[in-house]
Structure formats: structure tokens, C-alpha cells
Write a protein that binds this ligand. Sequence first.
Ligand code: ATP
Ligand code: MG
Length: 556
Amino acid sequence: MADAENRPSNFIRNIIDADLAAGKYPTTHTRFPPEPNGYLHIGHAKSIVLNFGIARDYNGLCNLRFDDTNPEKEDIDYVNAIKNDVSWLGFKWSGEVCYSSNYFDQLFAYAEELINKGLAYVEFSNQETMREMRGTLTSAGTNSPYRDTTPAENLQLFHDMRDGKYKDGECCLRAKIDMSSSFMCMRDPVIYRVRFAHHHQTGDKWCIYPMYDFTHCISDAIEGITHSLCTLEFQDNRRLYDWVLDNISIETRPHQYEFSRLNLEYTMMSKRKLNALVTENHVQGWDDPRMPTIAGLRRRGYTPGAIQEFCKRIGVTKMENTIEMGVLEACIREDLNESAPRAMAVVDPIKLVIENLPDDHIEWLDAPNHPSDESMGTRKLPFSKVVYIEREDFREEANKKYKRLVIGKEVRLRNAYFIKAERCDKDEQGNITTIYCTYDETTLGKLPADGRKAKGVIHWVSASHGVEAEIRNYDRMFTVANPAAVEDFTTVLNPDSLVITKGYIEPSLVDAKAQQGFQFERLGYFCFDGNKNADGKLIFNKTVGLRDTWTNNESK
Ligand code: ATP
Ligand code: MG
């Protein structure tokens, strides 16, 4: 059990505390119920951390249950990706993975029970007529002409549905509740429909599938769930959840509680919309590092710890709100600041020649892997006559505020010596091509004896040892904070959400493991993508900058 002081506190945990104190349940049993119709996103992480976190802190259980009642939209690849993401986030589900489809036989039997009790009937009206009969928020609906069919007839019709005697959409099974209820979901909701579709778990066994509202509560009860936690859009549906369980003979009695969804600025949280980004090729896949998916965040260099910390910081309430991107980024920045080894890379290289070094000079310098954590050790850094520095770290002339390299002035090459710029070459367009310097051999790890100060410290990579790499810089995917509110989100895609440069990395980085994170000194946090580009160069993804560029910087 996690120590009590570190436990989050929220209204759901308060309810659980009260239930346990009252002896209502011996322990907690929660579940995370994704539909396998896409990859998990950071919003799902909120639900995962809530459900699995409760199991962890109360010595309870948490199931992973696939809510798989829409075979046409679902896929076994999504099932596998979701399992992988939940495990990667650091959670273990109780027992085997569950599927609502495991319960199709039981669900069918409970539907028969409702029919026998006169609480469900087979509907033959078409969709248009059903919509008209449903009424509106301000006017009651009207009863279907099929509402009073006898239980015996309905049972036969329902069996005929199962036996494939009706086509898709020709009929459906409805719960008989109340066509004048102020809750639209209680106006005789559909609970089974005909769908001749192959199912990733049950194959071609069924041509009828139960609806979500009927399936979810019964699956919860079958699994002995105590607290069924879902997002606020299911608030009204809680009436139906309770109605179904009140009207079938099932022993256990779960209760549903709703909390607000996570919304994050400059991104979208709906699997349907994320799917559109993938299928319309606005991104390179579900794990594109610009995606708010768990897979995308992982490839971007996020760690499970940072995502868990984020979920802790945002909390769980019933209030709808939108979280600033800076909150998520602060979590990974703080994590990597502690855990990521430092390294040097130059992302916009310009050549610098140290003229007072011999052509074949190679010196292996020791560089600490972390400024404050000595246990992370040191690495060898090759220093040679020609190095790369960032183009923006040199100017021919500059005022005092420019703390970098200027002709006639000195800077320190990080982890190495003082250098002084002497002159530079330019191409025909006036672009600087090479900078010529001299170095002071007395300044390794110490200041010059005469007390001279350097204007600043700049990073560098030896040209003869540096390895060319593809650097991928990411920015917000959309140009507006709430793209989901725009009718056509393709009109607000940020054309600069991915900017690729050719850089050079220090040689120690070629051994990086996939998604291993580094602080490229002075540049930000980057991780090895795990892949090479078409030219065989290693790809590094920018995870996050060194400082928050979101807050108070709308125009950027
Ligand atoms: P989407 O609209 O992205 O498809 P969903 O709610 O349909 O989301 P499910 O697979 O049904 O996705 O969700 C599984 C669980 O995750 C549900 O309990 C759902 O309430 C929760 N969940 C989904 N999105 C969010 C979110 N943005 N914030 C918090 N919880 C979420
Ligand atoms: Mg859904």
C-alpha cells in the first residue's frame, strides 16, 4: 500500500473511504474499460491512473476490460496496443484481460429475462420513425406500436434476430421504460441491434450485438466491480445503468460515479478525431510524437513517471476544464532534469577551426553526465581541431548582451577550453561558412591565470567524431487552443508542427536505446526515436525545451 501521505485525495476516494468504513464492501474493485477502436490518449491515462491507483492504494483489484460491442470499428491491433500502453504506464490488471464479449451469452440471457418480465420488446419501426417517436427535450415521446407485443412473441422474435432471420437495421430490441422520461436515455433505449459483422473475439458467432448501456453495467456486475468510474457524459445514463441492474437477477451491485474528462489545450482527445489525423495522413501514425496518444508521448520521450505525475497534479473533480500544455510539459521537464544524462549535439551546425591545434589533434576529455548527480558518472568527449557549433552562437559583432562568440572575444567550449574568434569565411551570399579561432591550452577545467572571463559557454561537437543525425523539432499540432471546437480541424493544423534539421551528435549517443532521453545541453530534452531515417541517420525527437514556452507567450 502506498504510504497514506502520498495518496491523492479526491471526491471519489472520499466515497470509497466512506463505503469501506461503513462495511459496504470488503475491498475495492475497479476497472478500466476502453473500447478497442483506437489508441489510448492522455485522457485515458487520467482514467487509468484513477482506477489502477485506487486498486494500488486500497489493496483492491482493477480489471482491464475491453468494451467491445462495436465489431465494425474495433480491431485486435488496438487491443494489443492498449494492453501494451497500460503495462508501459506501470499498471498490472487483475487476472486475465476481460472482454465484454466474454459475456455475450449471459447478456443474451439477461435480455431474455427482461423480455419475459415484459420489460423489453422487439422494434420494427425504421430509424426515422423511431427518432420521431422519441420526442424532444421539451416534449414527451410516443409509444411504439410494438410496445405491447406479448413476452412470448417477443422472445420468439429476439431468437429470430439471433438466428439471422433479420437484416442489419431491420429490427432491434428495446428496453420498455418510459417514453416521457425527462432523461432521453430512458425513452425505451435500444439494447440489442442486428449487425452481420465479424468480431475480433467472437468471430462470426453473433449477428446481434448488445448496446453499450446494456453491456457496461452487466459486465461491471459480473466482474464484481464495486465503484464504476466514468466520465461526466454518462451522468444521465446512470439512470439506465441502475434500471438494468434493478430489473435483472444479478447478485452484485456496482455503482457508477462520474468525473470530468481531461481536456488539453492545442490538442484533441477523441479517438475518432485522432483516427482521422492518422487516416488522412496529417501525422505519420498513432505513435507520431505530435499525437496526444500514450504511444506518441512515449516516442516523444515522455516517461510513465511523468504521465503519472501529471495525472496526480490535475486531480479528479466534476468540473469541466482545459489544462494548459505547460502543465504536462513541466512534468516531463522536471523528470528529465533529474534523470536524463547530459550530452552535446549541434542542431544547426557551422564549422569552427581552432588554428593553433595540430591537424591531427585528438584529445579525450572527461565530461560529467549530470551536473548535480555524480553517480551518473562521466563520459569521454573527443576534442579536435575542427568542431561544429550552433550558427546562432556566433556573430561577427554584437553588443554586451550577446553572451556568445564574437570576433575578438572569448567563450568557453562546454567541458573544454576557452576559445577566441579571430575571423570568418563567407560564401557569395554573405552566409558565414567557417569561423577561425585560437584556444587557450591553460583553461581546461580552470580559469586563466590572468583572471580573464569568458563571455559565455557554448556547446560543440568534434567534426571528425560527431555523428550526423536527424533532429525532429515538434511544436503544437494546432494553431488554436481548442481545435475540437472548429468545424473542420484541418483548417487549424500548424504547418510547422514538425521541423527537421540535420545536426551532429557527440559519438557517445550512437549507443542510445530507443526512447532513451538526454538533455542536449543548452537546447532541451531529446530522445532517440529508435529508428533511422531513409539515409541511415539516427533520428532524435525533441521532447521538450529547457524552459516553459507556453505560459504567458501566446504568440510565441
Ligand atoms: P474517445 O472519445 O476518445 O473515444 P471514449 O470515452 O469513447 O473516448 P473509451 O475507450 O470508451 O473512450 O474510454 C475508456 C475509459 O476512459 C472510459 O471510462 C472513459 O470515460 C475514459 N476516458 C476517455 N477519455 C477520457 C478523458 N479525456 N479524460 C478522462 N477519462 C477519459
Ligand atoms: Mg467510446
